[in-house]
Design a protein. Structure first.
Lengths: 152, 88
């Protein structure tokens, strides 16, 4: 099995770097690239305490599978890929997205990791609500999936 | 006819529940749904920063595929509203 994709419900579990490393481990790997995205404590000059990630679960998993398979086709068919994203109330410092890629050579490992990150941000139906130290909260603006030709 | 609109992201401001029942004339298309949503937002949620939502949202069918403005809605159909996304 060369592909693992999942949403991790933060109230039940956490993404694990060790699990990701174990999944992609192979004697065939000459390179392993790992990206860890975390919730940071500041955005737009506001102090953040947590982010709630809302997800359209079925569509997210479908998009993750599609993105990873396209990445393999484009950059390295034998790549081992691990991709998880948080779902639910996620505190500052916790992992929001974890991508691990094992490949024969460094170039494809870097490229696949970067490609997956950017495509998840632009394709996967995931939303962020930030929670601030003053008790306020806000859904963040994002990227519209509505066909561009329809937006007047 | 009536459809069920499953709410995600900022659209969750529109209800305490996960979905909203919306009455529409028979044979309505997504375009009509956008219009009805605009009315609901301007009448009840004018201070919620949702005024652009009917224009910027996409809609998923029950097959989780984006449907365009000409998609004809069916009675009792479940549609998901997909506000602009931003994970990672």
């Amino acid at each position: 099995m060369n592909l693992h994709v999942a949403l991790v419900n933060i109230e039940e579990s956490k993404s694990s770097l060790e699990k990701a490393k174990k999944f992609i481990a192979s004697k065939k790997n000459g390179a392993e690239s790992i990206f860890v995205g975390k919730v940071r404590n500041e955005n737009d000059k506001k102090e953040v305490i947590a982010v709630t990630y809302d997800t359209h679960d079925e569509a997210v998993i479908k998009s993750f599978q599609s993105i990873c398979n396209i990445a393999k086709d484009k950059f390295g068919k034998n790549a081992k890929i691990f991709l998880e994203h948080a779902k639910g109330y996620t505190l500052v410092g916790e992992i929001s997205i974890l991508i691990a890629v094992g490949t024969s050579h460094r170039d494809e490992a870097f490229k696949i990791c970067r490609y997956i990150l950017e495509e998840v941000k632009s394709q996967s139906p995931i939303w962020k609500k930030e929670h601030y130290t003053d008790g306020k909260e806000e859904w963040l603006p994002g990227h519209s999936l509505r066909p561009k030709k329809e937006i007047k | 006819m009536e459809i069920e609109l499953k709410l995600y992201g900022s659209s969750k401001i529109l209800s305490d529940k996960d979905a909203l029942k919306i009455e529409l004339p028979n044979n309505s298309k997504i375009e009509k749904l956008r219009y009805i949503l605009s009315k609901i937002i301007s009448e009840k949620y004018s201070k919620s920063n949702l005024e652009n939502l009917p224009k910027t949202a996409a809609f998923f069918s029950e097959k989780n595929e984006v449907v365009n403005d000409n998609y004809k809605l069916k009675d009792k159909e479940t549609i998901s509203i997909i506000p602009p996304i931003g994970g990672g």
